[in-house]
Each structure stands twice: as C-alpha cells, then as structure tokens.
Design a protein around this ligand. Structure first.
Ligand code: XMP
Ligand code: MG
Length: 197
C-alpha cells in the first residue's frame, strides 16, 4: 500500500511527512484517502436518506473534524447549515483528562433544529458525552452524532453514536485532520503513530 493514492490533489507531492518534523513516526496506514472518501460517501448516503426533507445543522468539532466535516458537507450535497464548536480537553497529547473546555461555542441557536454533531474520533467517550449534553440542553428538534473513527476498547462512558465510519483498535491515529501534538493533520490518509514519549 502506498501512503498516498490517486485521490490526492494533483499538485500534492507524493511524499510522506518530512523527516525531522518530529521524532514521532508514522507506523502504518490504516485507511487510504480512497477508503476514507468511499466511507464518507457511504455515510452521506445514509444521512441523506434518514433526514430526507428535514433541514440539517451540522456541528463540526474543531479542530480534529474540520477535514471530515468539509468532505461530508460536499458528499451530502443538500442545503444545510454548518456551525462549529472548538473544544479542548486538559491532559497529555494522547490522554483525555475528561475535563472539557469550550474554546468556541455555536454562532447561531439550534433550538428546534435537527442537529448532527460531527466528530473525528470517539475514544473514552467523555468529549462526545459532554458535547451531546451541551447541545441537548439547547432543545434541538433532534440530535445525532456522526463520528469517523470509533475506538470502543477505551470507552469509559456509554454514549450513543448513530453514524460510525470505521471501528479501530486502541492505537493512536493521525491524519485527515487528526493530530498528534498539532502535527500530521495535513495527511490525506489515516495512520497509526508511535508517540515519542
Ligand atoms: P474521548 O476520549 O473524549 O476523546 O472520547 C475524544 C477526543 O480525543 C482525541 N483523541 C485522539 N486524537 N489520535 C488523536 O489525534 C487519537 O488516536 C485520539 N484518540 C482520541 C480527539 O481529539 C478526540 O476528539
Ligand atoms: Mg477532537
């Protein structure tokens, strides 16, 4: 398997992360850009079908879900509203503390709207639990979550995820918007890294 495949932008050089960027190394590719694009189309088809003529508000969670949200809105191809929240959790680069801080809240109210929360990854579930409670308190008409990656082995709280892209093992992943210490978000594929700790 090559790190980049034919879905990359033609102007993008076919090279891996610059050596010396970090001591953190890409270990192996989990999902190629092609596999991700196919999954996004599959999720979009399900979501379109489920919502039909109910207008949606997509709430992307920054920063990790920015690429996924951008691809999903275009795959959906229906009129909808997009908003973003930015959250951070206290803790180390690879470990959530469970204490979530809102860095940016919604721009517009979601009362009586059909809301779809877009997250990159659900791990312990603490972030998604917090976000669901935060949004539910604003009385949307409905609330569902769409998560690209699900790491069920590390779940600490039970939280519903209505749309899951891929289920992954307990490994630290990067790429397609997802970072390790703010690096690797630019990769068009999703890979496992060995953290330099
Ligand atoms: P929790 O544990 O709250 O985690 O479900 C959700 C958030 O933690 C981050 N996270 C990761 N980030 N590679 C990352 O780059 C990973 O493997 C990983 N696992 C969890 C992520 O920000 C997610 O939104
Ligand atoms: Mg995140």
């Amino acid at each position: 398997m090559t790190l980049y495949d034919d879905t990359r932008h033609p102007s993008q050089p076919a090279q891996g992360p610059a050596p010396g960027d970090s001591e953190t190394r890409i270990e192996r590719v989990l999902f190629t850009a092609r596999e991700i694009a196919d999954k996004v189309e599959e999720l979009a088809a399900r979501i379109r079908d489920d919502y039909r003529d109910r207008p949606l508000v997509l709430v992307g969670i920054l920063k990790g879900a920015f690429v996924f949200t951008a691809d999903l809105v275009r795959a959906l191809g229906v009129p909808l509203r997009v908003d973003f929240m930015a959250v951070s959790s206290y803790g180390s680069a690879t470990q959530t503390s469970g204490i979530i801080r809102i860095l940016k809240d919604l721009d517009r109210p979601i009362r009586d709207q059909h809301v779809l929360l877009i997250e990159d990854i659900v791990d312990t579930g603490l972030t998604l639990r917090y976000l669901r409670d935060h949004l539910q308190a604003q009385a949307p008409a409905s609330l569902r979550a769409c998560v690209l990656l699900d790491k069920p082995e590390r779940r600490q709280v039970d939280v519903p995820v209505e749309y899951v892209g891929f289920t992954i093992p307990d490994e630290f992943v990067v790429g397609y918007g997802i970072d390790y210490a703010e690096q690797f978000r630019y990769l068009p594929y999703i890979a496992c890294v060995r953290p330099d700790r």
